[in-house]
Design a protein around this ligand. Sequence first.
Ligand SMILES: [Zn+2]
Length: 270
Amino acid sequence: MNEIESEARVESEAQVGPVISNIHTDTFCESCGYNLHTQAVVRDERLGLLVCRCPECGRWAAAGLGTSASRVWLNRFGTLLLIGWVLVLLVVFGLGTLFMGMLPYGYLMSFTRWQQFEVPAPGMPGQHMIIYRYTLQDVPPADSQAASDQRTGRTIFMCVATALAAVVGGLHSVFLWHARGRWRVFAFAMPLLACLGTWVIWNADRETVDLRQWAVPRIALFFLLELLGLSLGLLAGRPIVRGILRVLLPPKPRQHLAFLWTVDKKRLPI
Ligand SMILES: [Zn+2]
């Protein structure tokens, strides 16, 4: 908010009260027909009435019916819905992070086989013990069907990881549209967390001891792929969703989702 805007707000709050709520339903300005949905509701100190100002023409309108401030149970229901929504977001982004970590793990596993070895038992001369280790599979001849299948499988892992990250980035740009500037950095925490998790779990496994160094550049590759996908999703998410909504929704209900346009300083197509 710039200085002029904040001064204007201070001035308008001095005349009427502080913002109490927002218009929660479609309410149209009597003067110009602008939809006041989401506009701030204030209490007029002199009259004690809830009012809302049209941002388009400046006319004041009674707002007692368009807000839930005066309806306790509606307010509580709204709070409950908000908590539910936060939980949905946590599950969506939590699962996204989990799968972004499972894909590089699966990729690493596709190179390995599980082998048993007989080694001298420590402290017991002449005795042997069996240990299990992951080792690299033998590389099939380059022109064989097996080599081609392996390449296809590994390419699929990489493509799915990139695509998943793009979807997560797109969901982030739509659901967390209010995250701007440095708050957007949290989006990149997801692939970071996922790949760090893969690295920690891979290293914690005793049976991968011979492949720890080998795994590092491969996990890093997935981290880069997921960063790329996530960035694409963040950039393209809202434009794609706007396009879909334009096709699926007529203009009036689309106004409920006006934030998807206004956040990018676009006018809602009417
Ligand atoms: Zn108006």
